[in-house]
Design a protein around this ligand. Structure first.
Ligand SMILES: [Zn+2]
Length: 397
């Protein structure tokens, strides 16, 4: 069942009113998921492994699972569409409903988005799994997260691209039920993660989720992606998880925001995750870089626009902003490089990374982390910044 999740004021309802059964939490203590025995490194994901898209969640699977979780959860999971939340634009280009699930009744809001790139599937799987745990697990760690935060999970930001198994989405002529075309008769294709820009917002998904973001005004964000296969600088080990910040710490932009607060906090967020997970045998981490040694400084990315406090169409007049980090799992479906054998571990590392970060933010350990840990996360010596506004900006030695 999908319930409306808006109050009379149009503000998304938190599940504060449904904080039922908290008394039961103390009676039940389920063991947390563990990371399993250490695995040999160097063969994960396997580039030889074929990618069975049959095991990847479809849009219909995602809705079915959301409804099941809402029905069986003990701690107030609310599943709703953006139509129910009351955004003016509220479907995908092809008319699919856009889903959000909230859990927790804490005073701070966290935005967690998956699958903005349709060929990057495991954000959806990992979000559904963590949502289920937060909705059912009475142990102290999950209770701490629910008490601190109201989490807004978006398992599938890009349902059309997911169904098409492509990174982007296709702009759609709903009257003709066909792709919109450019002057040369080609389908109009948009990367949703480059569309939160004042002169863009070409896709309905962007308008819909942007408005929802202005309704929530989150305190933190997490964004889940996949990348190509890569090796860790210095060791040559296959990387399973890259830790990224879309506006580079110490770069041209981030230190100028909020008096430098996000430059510190995003380093602490990833520094904490790195410290906590570096002993997990099957996870090999590094910093997300492109072109071998470039940090990214992309202002048009969705989570960059959040950090920049973008005000589009007067929907964010107070200039709300929030820090966001992203996780990149190696391999994707359209390259066929996910490696079927790595599926469980690829999903699990995202669950672990999200849960670790949420726990550390809730108990304050993230905010106590030395931001210099960012420099300890394996990375190539930085030679420049790859930007979407000034080409590559070299680092002056
Ligand atoms: Zn991506």
């Amino acid at each position: 069942m999908i319930r409306s999740n808006t109050t009379a004021s149009g503000k998304p309802r938190t599940s504060r009113s449904r904080a039922l059964a908290l008394g039961l939490a103390a009676l039940v203590s389920l063991p947390l998921l563990t990371s399993g025995p250490a695995q040999a490194k160097g063969n994960f994901p396997s580039p030889e492994g074929s990618t069975s898209t049959a095991s990847i969640l479809t849009y219909a699977d995602t809705i079915k699972e959301l409804e099941k979780i809402e029905k069986t959860s003990r701690y107030g999971v609310d599943v709703f569409t953006l139509a129910e939340a009351g955004t003016a634009v509220n479907t995908s280009e092809q008319g699919r409903d856009l889903y959000v699930a909230t859990v927790g009744d804490g005073p701070q809001d966290v935005w967690v988005q998956g699958r903005i790139h349709g060929n990057e599937p495991y954000g959806a799987e990992a979000i559904l799994s963590l949502l289920k745990d937060l909705g059912t697990n009475g142990s102290a760690q999950y209770e701490e997260i629910r008490d601190a935060f109201t989490i807004h999970f978006i398992p599938m930001y890009n349902p059309d691209g997911s169904e098409l198994n492509i990174r982007q989405t296709v702009l759609w002529d709903t009257a003709a039920n066909a792709p919109r075309k450019d002057a040369n008769g080609r389908d109009l294709i948009v990367d949703l993660n480059r569309d939160w820009v004042a002169d863009k917002f070409q896709a309905r998904e962007s308008l819909a989720f942007y408005e929802y973001w202005t309704m929530v005004d989150p305190d933190y964000g997490i964004d889940i992606h996949h990348q190509g296969l890569k090796q860790q600088y210095g060791t040559g080990d296959d990387v399973t998880l890259s830790l990224g910040i879309s506006l580079a710490p110490g770069g041209p932009t981030l230190p100028t925001l909020e008096g430098g607060a996000y430059d510190v906090l995003t380093r602490q967020m990833h520094g904490y995750v790195y410290e906590e997970l570096k002993g997990t045998g099957y996870i090999t981490m590094d910093r997300y870089q492109v072109g071998g040694s470039l940090e990214i400084d992309i202002k048009g990315g969705v989570v960059s626009a959040m950090m920049l406090g973008l005000d589009y169409q007067g929907l964010n007049p107070e200039g709300h902003s929030n820090p966001v980090v992203f996780f990149e799992t190696s391999g994707n479906t359209s390259d066929g490089s996910l490696g079927q054998k790595a599926r469980g571990k690829s999903i699990q590392q995202n669950i672990l990374a999200m849960r670790t970060l949420l726990t550390g933010l809730a108990n304050g350990e993230v905010q106590q982390t030395d931001p210099e840990v960012w420099e300890e996360i394996p990375h190539a010596p930085v030679t420049g910044y790859s930007t979407d506004y000034a080409g590559t900006i070299p680092v002056t030695p």
